[in-house]
Design a protein around this ligand. Structure first.
Ligand code: 5RP
Length: 226
């Protein structure tokens, strides 16, 4: 089965978790695009959505799904997003599409966070996965030097600005033994807006497209949310 088919299956499976009359947080990427397609089939049942990127906002609107500003919404019931990698602890690496900051805001602001993904993205550790870091442009070189001190190899993402007007450094060749600690350490570097480690903000549920259908994994520690 193709990776795209697996992504689509996971995206369709997420529909069953959408409650009537709620506002749905929507991530960014090709897996999420399949989810938006599915969500449009039940758009009359929900109030609308909050987008994690300009691209997602445009797609939601094109499907006729009302898009809300997070600042005017009291409660986001659920957040659905993809990932570049996931591990057995429901921790993620995100930001391949550069939308990591708004994605992390929505993951934190929502009651439940479901990650829709496919089995090619499973990793025991994130050592071989580039970690995107969103950085204020004037701090680019300073932040890069700080990351080198932490033994990462920062690569400037060329010709790319985030929806927030910032740049991305993708950090390669990192041995990541403690993802939560590294996530917090990165956030402490002045000039860093956000980083793509979602270890402090893991998913509570993984819907994984596989050759044998969609595998559902629910986090025990946060299972009460479901
Ligand atoms: C965007 C993301 C995406 O969720 C991640 O890159 C996965 O993308 P795709 O669904 O296209 O494989 O974090 O910032």
């Amino acid at each position: 089965m193709t990776q795209d088919k697996k992504k689509q299956m996971a995206a369709v499976a997420a529909l069953q978790y959408i409650e009537e009359n709620t506002i749905v947080g929507v991530g960014t990427g090709s897996t999420v695009n399949y989810f938006i397609e599915s969500l449009s089939t039940i758009k009359h049942k929900i109030q609308g959505a909050i987008a994690s990127s300009n691209a997602t906002e445009a797609r939601l609107k094109a499907c006729g799904i009302p898009v809300f500003d997070l600042n005017v919404v009291q409660e986001v019931t659920i957040y659905i997003d993809g990932a570049d990698a996931y591990n057995p602890h429901f921790q993620l690496v995100k930001g391949g599409g550069g939308a990591l900051t708004r994605e992390k805001i929505l993951a934190a602001a929502s009651q439940k966070f479901i990650c829709i993904t496919d089995d090619s993205k499973q990793m025991d550790t994130f050592d071989n996965c580039p970690i995107p870091v969103e950085v204020i442009p004037m701090a680019r070189s300073f932040v890069a030097r700080e990351i080198v001190k932490l033994e990462g190899t920062p690569i400037y993402r060329q010709n790319f600005l985030t929806d927030n007007g910032n740049i991305i450094l993708d950090i390669h060749h990192w041995v990541i033994s403690e993802p939560i600690k590294l996530e917090r350490t990165l956030n402490n570097i002045p000039g860093v807006v956000c980083n793509g480690l979602f270890a402090d903000f893991p998913a509570q549920c993984l819907l994984i497209g596989t050759d044998n259908g969609v595998q559902t994994l629910k986090s025990k520690s946060q299972f009460t949310k479901f």
